[in-house]
Design a protein around this ligand. Sequence first.
Ligand SMILES: Cc1cc2nc3c(=O)[nH]c(=O)nc-3n(C[C@H](O)[C@H](O)[C@H](O)COP(=O)(O)OP(=O)(O)OC[C@H]3O[C@@H](n4cnc5c(N)ncnc54)[C@H](O)[C@@H]3O)c2cc1C
Length: 449
Amino acid sequence: MSRSQVVVVGGGLAGLAAGLEAADSGARVILLERRPRLGGATSSFRRGELEVDNGQHVFLRCCTAYRTFLRRLGVEDRTVLQERLDVPVVAAGGGAGRLRRSRLPAPLHLAGALAGYRLLPPLDRARAVRAALALRRVRPDDPAADAVSFGSWLTGRGQRPVAVERLWELLTVATLNARASEASLALAATVVRRGLLTEPGAADIGWSAVPLSRLHAEPAAAELRRLGAQIRCGAVVEAVRPAAAGFTVETRSGPVPADAVVLAVPNDAVGGLLPDGALADPQAPARLGTAAILNVHVVYDRPVTALPFLAAVDSPVQWVFDRTGSSGLRRGQYLAMSISAADADVAQPVAALRERYLPALSRLLPAAASAQVVDSFVTREPAATFRQSPGAGALRPAARTAVPRLALAGAWTRTDWPATMEGAVRSGRRAAQVVLADLRRPAPAGAGR
Ligand SMILES: Cc1cc2nc3c(=O)[nH]c(=O)nc-3n(C[C@H](O)[C@H](O)[C@H](O)COP(=O)(O)OP(=O)(O)OC[C@H]3O[C@@H](n4cnc5c(N)ncnc54)[C@H](O)[C@@H]3O)c2cc1C
């Protein structure tokens, strides 16, 4: 067992978690990543004096597998985790609200915040409480909940557009990368139940205090190497073929032998790599589709807000994060606007995006209107996540495939989580556990070695 060679394809969080799990169990790990660097959907690059992330990432206190992964890498102290959920909400036309939990047990911990949420008329606040309680009865694993949209469910529970836009979508657009009308009820119920209706601290928000590459890719690579793993970046995998002894992983630069394989590539890339018979419907992952996230970054010559982050309503801006400290900026303030469900905007020219988002930010933060913009730029992720729409649940395969010792990982696989870092880490660990268990069993006649 200790000499088994496990090849992990894909160096995102799922692949890194799978590689660590396998290496920790004594396997020889080879990690193959197509790009020149690890980290996948969580990466960083340099722009002048700034270290920039491809997009703002946050996690919640309830992301236990992700936080365990950070602790395993010894980097949890490079993150900030709120002591108590506290979200400042700013409306573009003036007005502000605050969603802050109390110390009461769930779900009462949010009752005060909702009762005092001035961005909603009092009638809608009361209706929102009733809808939240009804959401507790939606079972995320119910196929009927996977078949309908969160938006239509909300409408059926008397939620007017003002409540959808100013409350519900604050919670779900960023987490599901979809507007309520496009999001699966099952996944929305997962988010709301897990984050807001169970443990009082579950939805406390955390974020990285350093560039993402220093939180994930670099420490994971160092730890994998320490355990004897080989990491090959720039290795494009083209197929996984069963061979007399295990598998041959075909890469553009030659074959790599493997006793077991974890495929941790995105859902739109996996179909072409799978050996025959691995999935009953090998095109199902691609049919999940993908959805975009856009970040518009702006550096001002002076501080324009004291808030570490804020959520916006009545604005094309959704969430704004202060990136000054984590980017290494020494003077002024660097803000990143994170725009989810951004399919309509993601291919727009930079000039058009600046014209849309910079004035919108000034309407939220009046100090920005009189500050000078030193730099502004855009990061685009057209396939940031799988499309978390009705019907998605039925298309997400489990880690185990029909081919022994070949498992799937990725935030898009059936993790019981939306497309998150938590889902990615869970999926990677699970896939590694599946192949490690297979390796401990005698090989079935005719399969693998
Ligand atoms: C801008 C943005 C913001 C986000 N915000 C959040 C957030 O706030 N909170 C949160 O929890 N999640 C967020 N997410 C989602 C989260 O980043 C992802 O769900 C997670 O990182 C996915 O990890 P993964 O390993 O499943 O996939 P990926 O990170 O996509 O990794 C797959 C890897 O496989 C490699 N690969 C593909 N094909 C091949 C091949 N043929 N050969 C070799 N390698 C290959 C790819 O290059 C890639 O590195 C965000 C994502 C984006 C893009």
